[in-house]
Ligand binder design. Sequence first.
Ligand code: CTP
Length: 402
Amino acid sequence: MSKSNVVIGIAGGIAAYKACGVIREFTETGDNVKVVPTPNALRFVGAATLEALSGNPVDTEVFSRVDEVQHVRVGQEADLIVIAPATADLIARLAAGRADDLLTSTVLVATCPVVLAPAMHTEMWLNPATQENVATLRRRGVTVLEPAHGRLTGKDTGPGRMLEPSQIAQLARTVLATGPIQRSLEGKRVLISAGGTQENIDPVRFIGNRSSGRQGFALADVAVHRGADVTIVAGNTDALDTPAGAEVVRVRSTAELEEAMNARAAEADVVIMAAAVADYRPAQEATSKLKKGQADDSLSTLHLVENPDVLRGLVERRQAGETDAVIVGFAAETDNPLEFGRAKLTRKGADLLMVNAVTGGKVFGESHNEGWILGADGSETEVPQGSKHEVAVAIWDAIEAY
Ligand code: CTP
């Protein structure tokens, strides 16, 4: 990954303490980080902390280090500007094109991508003044991320909580690689399955697979920030952070996953089957732990029955008029990925299929992915290697163009 000049702006809100985590996300990958707090941000975090973490001097005013023409140079040299937290006041000043401190003048000069992670009380976020300012900035190509729902400074909860540093860094890097996140899915309802299903053998054992759920979660995350209403039906996704702003329905077995998907498909505009579904399950789930060397040999010889094909079932529901969603599948192939992928797309009847080559455990659990997006219309789009978020952007672009 090439190293970038990243400006991290910090506005004066309590979430400023979390900006230290955002700084670390970028310094740890070797990026050159210049921190530009507003004067009020320094009431929450000290300049010494920000200088130590970033390894660069910290200024807030256009009148410091005037000989270096900082108010112009910092913005000109930036490859990416991330402002976390972005308060209601800072958003208003940016929307008005103000340049009354070093951070706002830096943004006014910059031509690089700008990503804002808002943090404020729910009332302030929902206030039409803020919403109109946000819409203005988005129209100008600024990526204003959706804040999370959750605990705010006081006892109240609601939208307005800042995203976690790792989520902000992930989305900001995606913007750097693929451009601003547009609000192209506003009003759309999206249903995504993710992770691996697990089939119980007995109370302590199960059949599972190595899917991490990362690609499905990345698809959900990108959809949330494109403005969609997102539901994830999640099998085993281990320690993954839940994408903020998406509803998550937890399931374990294929039967549970199928039920959850079918129950929600009618209302969805897009359905994505990113889950790694167990093809077979034990014919019988033992109610007590199976023991070695039993007369019926039940542990060494498992009798399996085939699971329903959830994707195929969703396509059949559409044929029956129960949903008109665009349906997207995945295929992980070790050999002849394009040929097997095309055959799978036809067999399943989906509209689009993301094909990954998974030789040698590639893709599973990793942070990167690559492959091809095949369309039922005969289209074939190569997806170059990138983070699972970058691949998610390519998949959403293909879905929206379909
Ligand atoms: N899938 C599904 N239900 C199943 C198996 C798979 O919905 N019982 C979905 C997956 O979520 C994925 C697509 O079908 O979107 C392809 O999964 P894959 O395991 O590659 O396909 P299979 O039909 O199981 O074919 P293979 O014999 O190659 O495993």
